[in-house]
Design a protein around this ligand. Structure first.
Ligand SMILES: [Fe+2]
Length: 458
């Protein structure tokens, strides 16, 4: 039995209740009722050697999973490292990938591991040249195949600033053993940086913060950015009154530091920040609402066309649209204040996207940026988006915005748009059931307590 056959057998064993029509598409929800839960994973792999915190202070991460692999990453002071990847096998773990002597460039190594079994738990570790000292042990799951039929558990947050130092809010992420963990922007607040070394300093700081380090090591990360990874309210073009212009050179330095810090694949547009990732019955559409703005447009025409066409063509039962800034129209509460920093300020593009999102079944927006947690309707009653939900996740650590205080002054008809508003540090846990076509949303606070729980039918 060769390795490929072992992997194929593992994959077959791991795949849960595949679609029954042979098309690769999930079965129709009405056929199945609630989808099954993910089977349990083995207890954590006991990796040999000892964690060298000095050499591997900045942790490990996996990113942008595929059905047969993921990007795996570490940042280290070692000149070279070995990589060992283990796959769940019954109650234990079996080695499925090993690479030796990987060159570390600018303290970073990112490896595109492929040939793995689908929908399978993996653990991985980077080992120093002496073979004894190692990184922390990371975990990720390869993506379920398109016709896999089970519930998918996804975590999301945003805005990891200094309002709650040490980011205790993220302590409860790793125990959730997520299928994917979404970082929706403002992972660092690198304002004032100019050179790549300036930006790297901020990324090193967050990467060595224990709750962040544990969270990104615990599940495949899918990330986008907002403004503070470059500069507060930055633009490459002619700045408006509230914007700060950055040069193309500074932009390149910030992008380099981002790519060194978060493992992510290049998207179809070449900018790399918008792309789609399929997780069985769920498809993640990662938007870039920051890097392609121009007068009157929050995204490029190319990105909007891709998003619209992708939603229309998707065979996934549930489509999560990941956006750094809110899609919700807050006009009734905030009027035009800061509208240019969310989709509300770009009505032509917002209307075009929402028209499709209303027509295509199973669309849910997941966003960050505004420093309050919420489950809200994208549009006011009777308006475009009134039947669409948005989960506002985070902030994980940034200063809080007392949106609930403002909202309390609004009329009841206005408040009806907001199902839950939370003024505390949080991350969102979402259990997507493609069978019932529901998303159980929980907002988890800095003590690990579920402070909002709501079942959405989408
Ligand atoms: Fe923020």
């Amino acid at each position: 039995v060769n390795r490929r056959e072992v992997l194929a057998a593992l994959g077959a064993a791991a795949a849960v209740g595949c679609g029954k029509d042979g098309t690769g598409n999930p079965p129709e929800p009405t056929d199945d009722g609630p989808a099954p839960e993910r089977p349990p994973e083995p207890p954590p792999w006991a990796a040999p050697g000892a964690w060298d915190e000095a050499a591997f202070a900045w942790g490990v991460a996996a990113g942008d999973p595929l059905v047969d692999g993921a990007l795996v990453w570490t940042r280290t002071t070692e000149p070279t490292v070995d990589l060992v990847v283990m796959a769940a096998d019954g109650d234990g773990w079996v080695e499925v990938h090993r690479a030796t002597g990987l060159e570390v460039v600018d303290e970073v190594v990112t490896i595109d591991v492929s040939g793995l079994a689908p929908d399978t738990a993996h653990q991985y570790v980077f080992v120093a040249p002496d073979g004894a000292r190692r990184s922390l042990v990371g975990r990720f799951r390869t993506a379920p195949p398109a016709d896999a039929w089970r519930r998918i558990t996804i975590g999301a947050t945003s805005c990891l600033g200094s309002g709650d130092p040490g980011l205790p809010c993220l302590d409860s992420v790793a125990p959730a053993a997520l299928d994917a963990f979404l970082l929706l922007g403002d992972t660092v607040y690198a304002d004032g940086s100019v050179t790549v070394d300036d930006y790297r300093a901020f990324w090193r700081e967050v990467a060595s913060t224990p709750p962040y380090r544990a969270a990104v090591a615990s599940a495949a990360v899918v990330a986008t950015w907002d403004d503070h990874e470059v500069e507060n309210n930055w633009t490459l073009g002619e700045p408006s009154r509230t914007q700060t212009r950055v040069s193309p050179a500074q932009y390149d330095e910030a992008v380099q530091a981002f790519r060194e810090a978060i493992p992510m694949r290049l998207g179809p547009g070449g900018s790399g920040f918008w792309r789609a990732i399929r997780l069985g019955p769920v498809e993640l559409f990662v938007a870039d609402s920051r890097g392609e703005r121009s007068p009157g447009k929050i995204v490029s025409d190319e990105q909007l066309d891709w998003l619209v066409a992708g939603l229309e063509a998707s065979t996934a039962t549930v489509k999560l649209v990941l956006v750094s800034v809110h899609m919700t129209d807050h006009a009734a509460v905030m009027g035009p204040v800061q509208a240019e920093d969310r989709w509300q300020g770009y009505p032509a593009q917002r209307d075009a996207l929402l028209a499709v999102a209303e027509r295509v079944p199973g669309v849910l927006f997941v966003t960050g940026d505004m420093h309050f947690g919420a489950i809200q309707k994208v549009g006011a009653a009777g308006a475009l988006g009134a039947e669409l939900f948005e989960i506002a996740a985070g902030p994980a650590g940034s200063s809080l915005f007392a949106f609930d205080t403002i909202l309390a002054l609004a009329e009841e008809s206005v408040r009806a748009q907001y199902l839950d508003v939370l003024e505390t540090w949080n991350w969102a846990r979402m259990v997507v059931d493609p069978g019932a076509r529901t998303v159980q949303v929980e907002l988890v606070d800095r003590d690990g307590a579920v402070v909002v729980s709501r079942l959405l039918t989408i």
